[in-house]
Design a protein around this ligand. Structure first.
Ligand code: NHR
Ligand code: GAR
Length: 212
């Protein structure tokens, strides 16, 4: 049985995009480190099993990660997808799931790893921004890149307007990447991804606009 675990912390719109994508997963489980995550309600509305594991109930990262791993292992997942999951994971946790732990990050990595990506993008005055699906490694936001989507930055963009346009792209590329993985179409060669049956390496999407 192909099982998928989705980790969330909040709104859960990327999770929702995955749930609506008709993936080849016979069982999906959503785990949140935050009991108040509104994504939990969306998951329940989809009839998806949810688990809450409050990180504040644990004395340190290691013990939270160990408890999280226990919940995850009970699902025997093919893939664990971080979807707006806001806790940094320990090296040990990452190693345990090496090659089957994916993340969606709201910037064109390797630019802007970490948090607050849209504000930093505006501050730097970059003209092209976007999002990245990558495998998670011990080095934060630096794992092998599966797919990216780019959008132009407008002169009058605010953090909010930029985040909203990037989010639209996140909802396109994350289901695509997870589908490839669930269908065994992703091969990892060193730090590079190959998508079987695709003429491009991974995929790049660009949303034009703003041309004069
Ligand atoms: N863990 C590892 N080891 N490697 C990665 O690449 C990871 C990861 C865990 C999460 C998502 C990531 C993102 O896409 C992700 C990638 C949280 C933080 C963070 O600083 C940074 C990056 C990401 C997720 N979290 C704070 C912490 O102390 C808490 C912040 C909060 O709760 O608001 O864990 O951006
Ligand atoms: C998304 O933009 C996601 O890329 C980002 O948070 C948002 C979550 O939205 N992830 C991170 O910043 C991870 N640190 P969602 O809960 O609606 O999917």
């Amino acid at each position: 049985m192909k099982s998928l675990v989705i980790l969330i912390s909040g709104r859960g719109s990327n999770m929702q995009a995955l749930l609506q994508a008709n993936l080849q997963a016979e069982r999906i489980t959503v785990v949140s480190n935050n009991a108040n995550a509104s994504g939990l309600e969306i998951a329940r509305q989809h009839g998806i099993e949810t688990i809450v594991l409050d990180h504040r109930a644990f004395p340190d990262r290691q013990s939270f990660d160990a408890a999280l791993a226990e919940k995850i292992d009970a699902c025997r997942p093919k893939l664990i997808a971080l979807a707006g999951f806001m806790r940094i994971l320990s090296d040990r946790f990452v190693q345990r799931y090496q090659g089957r732990l994916m993340n969606i990050h709201p910037s064109l990595l390797p630019a802007f790893p970490g948090l607050g990506t849209h504000a930093r993008a505006l501050q730097e005055g970059i003209k092209i921004h976007g999002c990245t699906v990558h495998f998670v490694t011990a080095q934060l936001d630096h794992g092998p890149i599966v797919i990216q989507a780019a959008i132009p930055v407008a002169a009058d963009d605010t953090e909010e307007t930029l985040a909203a346009r990037v989010l639209e792209q996140e909802h396109r590329i994350y289901p695509q990447a997870v589908r490839w993985f669930m269908d065994d179409r992703i091969r990892l060669i060193g730090n590079q991804i190959e998508v079987l049956g695709s003429s491009v390496s991974g995929a790049a999407l660009y949303s034009p606009g703003l041309a004069e």
